[in-house]
Design a protein around this ligand. Sequence first.
Ligand SMILES: NC(=O)c1ccc[n+]([C@@H]2O[C@H](COP(=O)([O-])OP(=O)(O)OC[C@H]3O[C@@H](n4cnc5c(N)ncnc54)[C@H](OP(=O)(O)O)[C@@H]3O)[C@@H](O)[C@H]2O)c1
Length: 280
Amino acid sequence: MKTIIVTGASSGVGQAAVTQFSRQGFNVFGLARHATQQPQLPNVHMIDVDLTDAEQVKSAVAQILTLTDHIDVLANIAGTAVNGAIEQVPITEAKQTFDVNVFGTLTLIQQTLPTMRRQGHGRIITVSSMVNQVVQPFFGWYAATKAALDVLSDDLRAEVQQFGIQVSVLQPGGIETPMASQSDAFLKYGTHAYARLAAKVHQAMTTTATKNLTPEQVATLIYQVATTRKPQYYYPVGYGARAAVIANRLLPKRLLTKIALGGFKSSKAVKGGAANVLNQ
Ligand SMILES: NC(=O)c1ccc[n+]([C@@H]2O[C@H](COP(=O)([O-])OP(=O)(O)OC[C@H]3O[C@@H](n4cnc5c(N)ncnc54)[C@H](OP(=O)(O)O)[C@@H]3O)[C@@H](O)[C@H]2O)c1
């Protein structure tokens, strides 16, 4: 029986992935701070872990290795977001976001790699985001954590391919989960001089929210990545994801910035260009 570790198992995409892999007969270890509060499913072991606590991560992996001698797949799905003007987001909250998304994820990767190396195979699938492929005001801190994951995944892949370990990154657009419904929290840190631009971004996001993916669609993709013979390095998915990746590769940043601000320029408040808004 194949074994998978799924983080973010208590909500959204991670919860859907636990269900999906359980149905497909995997031996599933679901990790989250509130994992054991979830309903029991066949072949699923839930473990309460705060990814920002290295000792908890170590002891969770040790616990898993008392129940199985192999880890075929690690699905890094857990994540958190702080949104708002880069100037206004408190550095403590920005650090906390890096702690969960980057250092927490990498702590677990470090703990699972020895087993994957020993067995001579393994798959590491990390959920990043499309947000770091576009210029997106108020999402900078969160996007930076995901960009860090992309870079670390590229270098990790080059290091561990020799051991038969494959590394894939999903770059989804919006997903209908608790995180998406809290994404307008940037209005909290998009005030005063930033309030008008924040209102435009909010309006644009409300319009595209109907095009969000479902957590089940993303979980199905994770299952495909886990089981396909030759997984891709990157999977941009969801509304506008492929176009964003291509635009990011081909267009100069000046134009990408104009497009981002042009997309939010829909009232007299920002007439005369985004610079008027940004300079207030
Ligand atoms: N929703 C979107 O629009 C969207 C778009 C693109 C990418 N993504 C990415 O997709 C992934 C899944 O997000 P989602 O939308 O499913 O979010 P979600 O419903 O808010 O779930 C986040 C999960 O992360 C876990 N988590 C948070 N902090 C943790 C910590 N310190 N230690 C351990 N687990 C922690 C949470 O569990 P506990 O609270 O129980 O710890 C929860 O299970 C994330 O990486 C997110 O960045 C989301």
